[in-house]
Design a binder for this molecule. Structure first.
Ligand code: HEM
Length: 221
């Protein structure tokens, strides 16, 4: 408890939780890219996940818990930074920290809205039932492939995903270097390299994820 009530402890927990969330982003991207292998590959992948409900729910509850910790402590840190009054020589650093954390909080809240929408869209099928309540495929599996094709033919859905993925990229390009700093893995001599790594991973996620809506919308698939 003492650990969580200290600012260092909170920073460390936000950093550690982000490692799991980035791991999820990697795994989800690899799963999604099966789309390019065709309907059988991505539908079978989704079916395999649903064939192990205990494992799936364990992962979902774990992910949700980590997400809540990350959001809750991240927002608390952001409010603390905002309250920290700029004084004397530390004025410039305080203002910069406050701007960065305000940006992280805002982009984090945009991502939260996106995730709620995304779950309503694909997982629960409530956002656009006309695009996601489809007959099963020829192997009697949920037709995720067709859901993706129908969804990303709609410009408004493509634009929504594109904006969300862009904001995710900005959040990660600042968050990944901060993660190294909070865990003490960053040093002055490596700072530039870590910044490049953050940008590289953020761009990788952005292009990886947006390749799906873009290729469907422009008829490349
Ligand atoms: C174009 C990009 C994306 C596509 C095409 C996509 C596709 C999907 C699909 C089809 C599902 C449902 C899987 C199933 O029920 O079998 C899903 C679930 C999910 N997606 Fe995405 N996704 C994308 C981006 C993202 C991003 C950027 C995030 C996180 C920020 C994310 C987070 C999730 C979560 C948390 C679930 C729920 C997993 C579960 O069922 O427990 N997705 N996604």
């Amino acid at each position: 408890m003492k650990f969580i009530s200290s600012s260092i402890g909170r920073k460390l927990l936000v950093a550690l939780s982000s490692i799991f969330l980035i791991g999820f982003l990697f795994a989800h991207l690899l799963g999604n890219l099966l789309f390019f292998k065709g309907p059988d590959a991505i539908n079978a992948y989704s079916q395999t996940l649903h064939d192990y409900p205990v494992f799936l729910w364990f992962a979902r509850i774990g992910l949700l818990t980590i997400f809540i910790i990350h959001m809750g402590l991240g927002l608390k840190l952001s409010l603390e930074n905002r309250k920290a009054r700029p004084q004397g020589y530390s004025k410039k650093n305080t203002v910069q920290a406050s701007l960065a954390s305000r940006f992280m909080a805002t982009s984090g809240l945009v991502m939260l809205s996106y995730i709620v929408y995304h779950l309503l869209h694909f997982s629960l099928g409530l956002a656009h039932p006309e695009l996601t309540s489809l007959p099963l495929d020829k192997l009697a599996q949920e037709d995720i492939y067709q859901m993706i094709i129908l969804s990303f033919q709609k410009p408004i859905i493509v634009i929504t995903y594109f904006i969300a993925l862009f904001v995710t990229m900005l959040h990660l390009s600042h968050g990944i270097p901060s993660l190294f700093q909070s865990t003490g893995l960053s040093s002055a001599s490596h700072r530039k390299k870590i910044q490049y790594l953050g940008r590289f991973l953020a761009l990788l996620f952005f292009f990886g994820y947006s390749s799906i809506p873009v290729s469907v919308y422009f008829g490349l698939i």
